[in-house]
Ligand binder design. Structure first.
Ligand SMILES: O=P(O)(O)OC[C@H]1O[C@H](OP(=O)(O)OP(=O)(O)O)[C@H](O)[C@@H]1O
Ligand SMILES: O=C(O)c1cc(=O)[nH]c(=O)[nH]1
Length: 256
């Protein structure tokens, strides 16, 4: 069993990977580079957003902004690099049968991750996603892609975790389909938020509830730390003081 400190952030995995002398190909992506990528794609937005949990957030990760071939391919590479680093560190198993992404925004994440695992890391891993509604003609069924069968090692991917509701909805669906072994969950961003009724983070709560590691390419504090150092070509900071203040206030209230 890997201790919890290894479960929460790719940064931890990165340090661990370095200590086991992992090849450069197995290094986790840098938070600075990933933050720049989020900002360039417009996938990190500032304003006022109502979340699935009902919380009103001054920032939002919009995975719908990875909307062309270059962006989604690059995102898949970030996921694959995070996975390879976690495998090198022993946090994820070396063998994964399929990458599962929940509909809808998880679909391109699963596909691009499996493509990048094959192209960059020599791992030919399936991809699977669910349908929101059961289809009863043609190929039918609830799942598309590699079909789930007993004993399979399934790695879940999603864009963000706030309260963990989406994951709690999808895990029973996977387990109802077959006796699969869910080996972990990889997110783009861990929003590092407290659950509704405790000071524990949703990521930690999900890890304890289901027993699998939950990793992220970066967490929200790493993203704000990196974004604070970035500026446009003309020297203007990419995020201004009012955004930093609003994020700080939000995290003081909801941050774990
Ligand atoms: O941790 P949680 O509180 O569950 O919040 C995060 C989830 O909410 C969003 O999904 P949404 O249900 O809006 O689905 P979408 O993919 O259709 O946008 C997001 O994509 C995560 O899956
Ligand atoms: O909590 C959510 O609903 C949520 C947060 C976020 O940053 N991005 C998103 O797509 N959903």
């Amino acid at each position: 069993m890997v201790d919890n400190a290894h479960m929460n952030a790719a940064s931890t995995v990165s340090a661990e990977a370095a200590s086991v002398d992992a090849a450069a190909a197995n290094a986790a992506p840098s938070h600075e580079e990933f933050t720049q990528f989020l900002l360039e794609c417009g996938a990190l937005k500032f304003g006022s957003f109502t979340l699935k949990s009902g919380r009103q957030s001054p920032y939002f990760i919009n995975a719908g902004s990875f909307n062309d071939g270059t962006r989604i391919a690059r995102l898949g590479e970030y996921y694959a690099a995070t996975i390879a680093a976690a495998q090198a560190a022993g946090v994820l198993p070396a063998h994964i049968d399929t990458v599962f992404g929940p509909a809808y925004k998880g679909i391109p994440l699963a596909v691009s991750t499996s493509m990048a695992l094959a192209a960059r890391h020599g791992q030919n891993v399936g991809y699977t996603f669910d349908r929101k509604e059961k289809k009863d003609h043609g190929d039918g069924g609830m799942f598309v892609g590699t079909q789930l069968t007993d004993g399979m090692s399934v790695l879940m991917v999603d864009d963000v975790m706030t309260a963990g509701t989406a994951v709690r909805e999808v895990v029973p669906k996977l387990r109802a389909a077959a006796d699969v072994n869910i080996v972990g969950l990889v997110l783009s961003v861990d929003r590092m938020e407290k659950t509704k009724d405790s000071d524990q983070s949703a990521v930690q709560a999900v890890h304890e509830e289901f027993g699998f590691p939950v990793l992220a390419i970066a967490n929200v504090r790493e993203i704000f730390a990196a974004a604070g150092k970035l500026s446009a070509a003309d020297g203007t900071p990419l995020i201004d003081d009012s955004i930093k203040a609003a994020a700080k206030e939000y995290l003081e209230k909801y941050g774990a």
